[in-house]
Ligand binder design. Structure first.
Ligand code: HPA
Length: 234
């Protein structure tokens, strides 16, 4: 057991899919994993372990925002020896090069969070995806003709941001989407010498105002989970 995860040693698999929403973790486990067993309900942050194509995989909610993601990612790496975490989430589109329903493969995560200040002081660390996982996910998506665009994410501390200019500036620098967790995940993977990747479906678009219906979100989410699982077992 760790402080926030009520699992026994060995109950969490070396590979973990992490949606923000704990109910999504349950849905992933029930839909894609064989013989899923729930190992956590502390604070309702559900976690399950099952198998996919014979490989043990867990699905664990992260909650919203970098502080919540950081608690679960650190405990998974530090206390349960997790090898790789793939975040499977949503983001807001920032760039004209992506549309709603596309999947963004986050190669990097810029952030407005101060979480890394105590680690690096004045240096602005560049949280980065694991190249092997990213390459595998891109390969799987291409083979399955799924629209995946690789590029930068912006991990913001604000969902309702009072500053709209910053997203325009970042889009001008090629950042594709805004979400709230990936920079912390990539930083912790680096700290613990483990692997991480974020795949985010574009659920709404900040430039065009487009939004997905819940049916569309469900379908794209399914495609993204398949990409994540197939990359893990490859
Ligand atoms: N901002 C932050 N996180 C998000 C957004 C957004 O617009 N859309 C989906 N996740």
């Amino acid at each position: 057991m760790s402080t926030h995860l009520g699992a026994a040693p060995g109950q969490i698999a070396p590979y973990v899919l992490m949606p923000g929403d704990p109910y999504r973790a349950r849905w992933i486990a029930e839909t894609f994993l064989e013989d899923p067993v729930q190992y956590n309900d502390v604070r309702g942050m559900l976690g399950f372990t099952g198998t996919y194509r014979g490989v043990r995989v867990s699905a664990q909610g992260s909650g919203m925002g970098q502080p919540s993601m950081a608690i679960y990612a650190q405990e998974l790496f530090q206390d349960f020896d997790v090898e790789a975490i793939v975040r499977v989430g949503t983001c807001g589109g920032l760039s004209e090069t992506v549309s709603v329903r596309d999947v963004i493969l986050g190669v990097s995560a810029s952030t407005d969070s101060a979480m890394n200040v105590p680690r690096f002081g004045q240096v602005s660390f560049a949280p980065t995806a694991d190249f092997t996982l990213a390459r595998l996910a891109a390969e799987v998506a291409e083979e399955r003709l799924l629209p995946v665009t690789a590029g930068g994410l912006f991990s913001s501390d604000q969902f309702y941001s009072p500053d709209t200019e910053i997203t325009e500036t970042l889009a001008g620098y090629g950042v594709l989407g805004v979400e709230m967790e990936t920079a912390a995940l990539y930083t912790l993977a680096a700290q613990f010498s483990r692997r991480a990747l974020a795949l985010c479906t574009v659920s709404d678009h900040l430039l065009t105002g487009e939004k997905t219906s819940s049916q569309e979100r469900q379908e794209t989410f399914e495609d993204m989970i398949v990409v994540a699982l197939e990359s893990i077992v490859r």
